[in-house]
Design a protein around this ligand. Structure first.
Ligand code: PXP
Length: 238
């Protein structure tokens, strides 16, 4: 079975809209664990627009919960992540004005810094992942950087599918990258913009082992509840 990671950033977005404490992302993390998700993803952004330091600390200390912490390469955030001790980190690009993570990392430009950051986390036995675009050249650089995993940005594919446009060449790119990464011993994950249909299509790529999904799960749960939505995704990923 492929693994499902649930991104709960938007539980914090909803909580922050009122500036009060409900809905609490810590309770959401515990509840989603009970529903059988493999892991919880949270993004501690530099601007703290959703998850904050206290949320991250509390969520990372929930016993038996696997937490994937998304972080930028910002020094303070990296040091904070090392202190908070998540099980996994996923390094993502961050741009202050973006609504959400718009693309993968620029590996060529940030090679030396990424190598140092990955080695810091590896020393602490924290699994590392790089959020990248589906480019064969980036898979080769990922190997050089000695990351444990890569997460392929599926936003472009998801947009094409949702707009009823031809998505086959983008899907082929993702498949080729997944095969190469797998051959090089890098574990492959996928994430961004995924819903039932896009996840079903990508789940046919056997080299993808983990899906990290946020916005659709939280949004769809308004109508059907987390229990039903997570159960539907688990059926797709079986
Ligand atoms: N994976 C990564 C690395 C992300 O940055 C995000 C968005 O925060 C997601 C997955 C989840 O994307 P979405 O909310 O569109 O499902």
């Amino acid at each position: 079975m492929k693994r499902l990671g649930v991104n709960i950033d938007h539980v914090a977005t909803l909580r922050n809209a009122r500036g009060e404490s409900h809905p609490d992302p810590v309770d959401a993390a515990k509840f989603i664990k009970k529903l059988g998700a493999h892991s919880i993803t949270i993004h501690l952004r530099e601007d703290r627009r959703h998850i904050n330091d206290d949320d991250a600390k509390k969520i990372c200390s929930i016993k038996g919960l696997l937490v994937n912490l998304e972080i930028s390469t910002n020094k303070d955030i990296v040091n904070k992540a090392i202190k908070i001790k998540p099980n996994f980190v996923c390094i993502v690009p961050e741009n202050r004005k973006e609504i959400t993570t718009e693309g993968g990392l620029n590996l060529k430009k940030n090679k030396n810094n990424l190598k140092k950051i990955i080695s810091k986390f590896k020393k602490k036995k924290i699994r590392t992942s790089l959020f990248i675009n589906p480019l064969l050249s980036d898979i080769k650089i990922s190997k050089e950087l000695k990351t444990d995993c890569i997460e392929i940005h599926t936003g472009k594919l998801a947009n094409l599918i949702k707009s009823d446009l031809n998505y086959l060449s983008e899907l082929k790119k993702i498949k080729k990258c997944s095969i190469l990464a797998d051959r090089l011993g890098i574990e492959v994950h996928a994430g961004h913009g995924l819903d039932y249909k896009t996840t079903k299509i990508l789940s046919k790529i056997k080299e993808i082992h983990e899906f990290n999904i946020g916005h659709f799960i939280i949004g769809e749960s308004i109508f059907f509840g987390l229990k039903t939505v997570i159960s539907n995704f688990k059926k797709i990923l079986k």
